[in-house]
Design a protein around this ligand. Structure first.
Ligand code: BDR
Ligand code: CA
Length: 314
């Protein structure tokens, strides 16, 4: 029997977070979304929580429970990415006030309470934004740790270099202190870094295929991607944009799309030039114990085939 993964999706939508949400909501046989927590990141929290709820509306899942979590990183002020995602965070579609309600409880309290009341080794955390909510939850209540089966996150970089500074990827850069707590928590972690997400590009042909899906989400998702890809195309001369965040959900559905290597990863929390860098001991030169399964390749055609198959279910 296929046991569904019970996940908490922790996100900062963001067009690519939005695609990850849609994929997770479509994968009803494999994934049970317990709740969605929004964090400040791509845009401020009042917009990420609104955008998360709007995606639930678009996916016809107004039953989803959505919480607002931290509005700023643990130790520093917030850095946002409107230059990539637009002022709303979801530029590319019409923004309306969502029907899906915002729950009253703080997102971090929701994560703590949900984990504490769960069986050991049962909850999969899926962060696709800065790690503030998860870092705070672990910091405030370490008894949640045995409940966490796995953390599958989007963040970090080794071979691709940084996308917000020369050495740092955005999600880790925004809250390195939280990232350090997560990486040192002792639970199994899978990292989808820029090394792998830069292989999953939204080419013209792929976006057209999404738009033409027999699905109510085909058109809005294609429009979101079209807005979002203009930045990466201009900046990095990529053929489309990397669909960073959906790699986490694709991994939960079909892990063998990815190849992984067990490595030690530390985060630079100081550093004049390197704050937020992920220090990946790829060749085990330090002898530090591995704490991460680092994804380094993906079957990109297989990824888009999976994405389209699942989006067609909505
Ligand atoms: C990450 O940063 C955000 O802009 C994206 O949503 C993704 O989570 C990529 O560096
Ligand atoms: Ca994100």
């Amino acid at each position: 029997m296929n046991i569904k993964k019970q996940i908490i999706l922790d996100c900062d939508p963001g067009q690519d977070d939005a695609v990850a949400m849609a994929l997770a909501m479509a994968a009803t046989d494999e994934i049970e979304i317990l709740g969605i927590t929004a964090v400040a990141g791509n845009v401020p929290l009042n917009l990420t929580q609104r955008n998360a709820r709007l995606m639930c509306d678009i996916c016809q899942r107004t039953d989803m429970i959505v919480y607002a979590g931290a509005e700023k990183p643990m130790a520093h002020s917030l850095v946002t990415a409107e230059h990539v995602h637009g002022k709303s965070g979801l530029d590319g579609i019409d923004i309306v006030e969502p029907i899906t309600p915002l729950q009253e409880k703080h997102g971090v309290d929701y994560i703590i309470e949900t984990c504490l009341s769960a069986a050991d080794n049962s909850i999969t955390l899926v962060p696709t934004g800065p790690l503030t909510n998860i870092g705070l939850a672990i910091h405030q209540e370490s008894n949640i740790l045995p409940k966490i089966k796995e953390i599958v996150l989007m963040g970090g970089t080794l071979r691709e270099g940084g996308n917000i500074t020369p050495s740092a990827e955005f999600n880790i850069y925004v809250d390195p202190e939280a990232a350090q707590i997560v990486l040192r928590c002792g639970r199994p972690i899978v990292m989808m870094s820029l090394d792998v997400t830069h292989q999953v590009l939204t080419t013209r042909k792929r976006v057209d295929a999404i738009r033409n899906l027999d699905s109510t989400v085909g058109e809005p998702i294609a429009s979101l991607i079209e807005f979002y890809e203009r930045y990466d195309e201009e900046k990095y001369h990529l053929d489309g944009a990397p669909l960073h965040d959906p790699c986490t959900i694709a991994y939960l559905i079909k892990p063998d799309l990815f190849s992984l290597k067990e490595v030690n990863v530390e985060v630079e929390t100081g550093g004049k030039f390197t704050r937020g860098a992920t220090v990946v001991d790829y060749w085990d030169v330090t002898g530090r114990l591995p704490n991460v399964q680092w994804a380094h390749t993906v079957d990109a055609n297989g990824f888009f085939e999976l994405l389209n198959n699942y989006l067609s279910k909505i």
